[in-house]
Ligand binder design. Structure first.
Ligand SMILES: [Zn+2]
Length: 294
């Protein structure tokens, strides 16, 4: 008797932007860069919790890590790599790409790549711009990424948002240069609009069942892997509260923060997940990843 061929399960990419709560772009008007070192650091403990959760679910993920964090917490970087996750770059100092000149941008992404490779011992292939800050006004950033040796970017958000977005750009992975892929975080096309379906503030705001439905729709209808993202501070309900911030910023940063850890745990159970490089760059590229330090 012939058995039906099982449908392969589509794997989605789980990604974490490794930065601390005081580095969030929306807080930039309230917290001077020069004050970062004086702030209570929470990222170490939060990454430990994320690594424990991923180990428990036998899931590998991609960590887009700030050079600033890597430099101060090298053991965090090593723990990420030692546990089989992909170490990728979130730039050095969390400045929006759209705020930098081409020379400043090249310096920032090059510095972060070198630092992460020295600490992690593997070539760094992926980059995500702070606040998805590559868009129509600075597509030259792709030339810099290619020149710096990156193979993929996850920096263009195909939605309309007050801080970022390029609503008419493709929703799924596409080559932006010969040798450089853009892999946008996921949206669902509904009512002629792209709805954010892939994490951040929206994931905290929406009921979990809605978030799960959005990802399931992308898998079923578009037959595409979703790219989900969150930040270590989003699972930390005890982080120090920033005083004097405006209402919108406060709401966006803290809404449902006490529920996010458990929601992510649920998400890890409800879908199959993997690393960006494994899902989007394929086996051939994997074989080419060489150890920087033999
Ligand atoms: Zn960021």
């Amino acid at each position: 008797m012939l058995m039906p061929t099982p449908t392969p399960i589509l794997r989605n990419a789980m990604t974490i932007d490794v930065e601390d709560y005081f580095q969030v772009s929306a807080f930039a008007p309230y917290i001077a860069r020069s004050d970062w070192d004086a702030r209570e650091c929470r990222v170490e403990r939060n990454i430990e919790r994320i690594l424990a959760l991923l180990a428990d679910r036998k899931t590998k993920a991609t960590f887009f890590t700030l050079g600033w964090i890597a430099e101060r917490y090298p053991h965090v970087v090593r723990a990420i790599v030692d546990q089989g996750h992909e170490l990728a770059s979130h730039g050095y100092g969390h400045q929006r790409a759209s705020d930098l000149t081409p020379a400043e941008f090249a310096q920032d992404i090059g510095r972060a790549k070198k630092l992460l490779e020295d600490l992690g011992g593997h070539e760094v292939l992926g980059y995500r711009a702070p606040s998805f800050s590559i868009g129509e006004g600075n597509l030259w950033a792709f030339d810099s990424l290619l020149a710096a040796g990156y193979r993929y970017s996850s920096s263009v958000y195909p939605i309309k948002h007050d801080h970022y977005g390029m609503p008419d750009s493709p929703r799924f992975a596409y080559p932006v240069r010969d040798g450089l892929l853009e892999v946008p975080v996921t949206t669902l096309r509904l009512f002629n609009k792209n709805l954010p379906s892939s994490g951040g503030g929206y994931f905290r705001l929406l009921p979990y069942a809605v978030s799960r439905w959005l990802i399931a729709q992308v898998n079923a209808r578009d037959q595409q892997s979703a790219v989900f993202y969150f930040h270590p501070w989003e699972i930390d309900s005890e982080q120090p509260r920033i005083a004097g911030i405006d209402g919108k910023t406060r709401f966006r940063h803290y809404v449902n923060i006490d529920r996010t850890h458990d929601r992510i745990a649920q998400l890890l159970s409800d879908f199959a997940w993997g690393r960006m490089d494994e899902i989007f760059l394929g086996a051939q590229t994997q074989a080419q990843i060489r150890r920087v330090q033999a």
